[in-house]
Ligand binder design. Structure first.
Ligand code: ZN
Length: 264
């Protein structure tokens, strides 16, 4: 069994064929899927979608690229209520993204401080509710680790890890997990394969980030949870273990990391 620990099943690209996407995943041995939310409305949609499938587990949270769209003052209270009422798997995805330009009306520094504010509030919420955190970082790896350093004991995964060895070492020393997408299959990503080989056995997970980041041989096509098998196969290769072992280890790690995943 494999677990896709990061898919966006509420994406428009899956609309009207969610049943087939989830069935194709099952047919490939991907028996559980963590569906990740990006903003307040999406958090509600993800919870709603997960309630219709017994093998889909929701997260709730505000992605750093959408922090300017959350207008209600009560956003944090609403995320908290969703998390409390629906036994979610994690808070996420949250974090910092310094890759994209700030939206209209924000200077670079205002944008970064807005992102930090939302990130810090959601770290505190996760710790208050004793939930793990799914973290997005893009050109912000050092800053993410710096903020997390102020919250020792936070249980978090750096999703789609593509960082440096120094960042990996720091993250691991803080007890964080690293999770790998189809990027690990890309010819131009030898550093990512190196880190997938380097991460300790009890600290890695696999994910698609579908519908984005399709692994080889599906690059350019829409990604979906079934394709996490290709990412797991590549990680097995670089770690010199069998596909079966890689599936067992990453599944055990996902069960240990996420809330409520083991039941069901
Ligand atoms: Zn994502």
């Amino acid at each position: 069994m494999l677990i896709d620990t990061h898919a966006h099943l509420t994406s428009d690209r899956f609309k009207n064929h969610t049943d087939e996407v989830i069935q194709r995943a099952r047919d490939c041995g991907v028996e559980k899927i963590v569906s990740i939310a990006c903003d307040l409305a999406d958090s509600k949609d993800v919870v709603d979608l997960a309630s219709r499938y017994d093998n889909v587990y929701p997260t709730v949270g505000i992605h750093p690229c959408y922090v300017h769209e959350v207008e209600e003052e009560s956003w944090l209270e609403q995320i908290k209520e969703l998390a409390e009422q629906n036994s979610v798997a994690a808070i996420g995805e949250v974090g910092l993204d310094f890759y994209h330009d700030p939206p209209i009306g924000f200077s670079e520094s205002e944008w970064r401080s807005r992102q930090s504010d939302y990130f810090v509030k959601q770290i505190s919420l996760a710790n208050e509710l004793d939930l793990p955190l799914v973290i997005h970082q893009r050109e912000s790896g050092d800053e993410v680790l710096e903020i997390l350093n102020d919250f020792p004991g936070t249980k978090a995964v750096l999703h789609c890890f593509t960082g440096t060895r120094a960042q990996a070492e720091k993250a691991l020393s803080m007890g964080l997990y690293l999770s790998f997408t189809g990027v690990v299959t890309y010819p131009k990503a030898p550093e990512v394969r190196e880190m997938a080989a380097f991460v300790p056995e009890d600290r890695f997970m696999v994910e698609t980030d579908s519908p984005y980041l399709s692994p080889v041989p599906f690059r350019g096509k829409s990604n979906e949870p079934a394709f996490v098998t290709h990412t797991a196969k590549k990680i097995a290769d670089v770690r010199n273990i069998s596909e079966q072992e890689c599936a067992e280890i990453s599944t055990e790690n996902a069960h240990n990391f996420f809330h409520n995943l083991r039941n069901g």
